[in-house]
Design a protein around this ligand. Sequence first.
Ligand SMILES: [Zn+2]
Length: 245
Amino acid sequence: MEKKSAKMLQLLLKEITGDTEQAWESFRRRAQTAVERESQIHQKPGEIAGVSGYRTKKEQKEIFENSLMENGREFTETYVAFPDHSEHQTGLAMDLAENRPEIDFIRPEFPRYGICQRFRERASAYGFVERYKTEKQKITGIGSEPWHFRYVGTPHAKIMEKTGLALEEYIQWLKQFDLTVHPLTWKQYRIGYVRARGAVTEWKGLTALQKTGEHSLSGIGAEAELQTVISGNNADGFIITIAAL
Ligand SMILES: [Zn+2]
């Protein structure tokens, strides 16, 4: 998944910059991990810079501790996740900035105009969501972070955008769509929740789904090739996404 998020980001940046390999190369060179952050300075204005992507636990710990010293506890606990609580440790999150001579590492500027807004508007088509919005602070427990994008894949990013749900809410909401009883249908996708059941490690849901009449896959094309993605919801079960190719 980590590789896929990088690939999708590459495609998205290519689209909004209108450039090909070069745009990605220059972005990639600047995409900084916490450790390398000092070297991110030479920027062209009007571009997007990668500020922070994948972090190890050790790096997250360093960032947290440095911020405690520099910014105090209240600021740090609002904007910096505790080690092992950061999406950056999954490799599925990326902090982006508008290129400026000075980039704030913890709170980079990613304004709602220009190239940054173009990125924001196209992000869901590539499986990314703006993860921490002002109005969702009570739910996410994180302050507004217009610079932090999270890869959730397609079609989930699109559905989250359409429903206005934060990831925590979306995962809860999906639970009503039992995959074999009444999956959520979205374009060529069927999405459903399967509860984890103790030590059972085998799942025959797809076979069951194919056998049920009303909820057969004929609606998305019985002849179509199907691609199934299984994602743990990090709590109590799995989200199954079936796409007709
Ligand atoms: Zn972030």
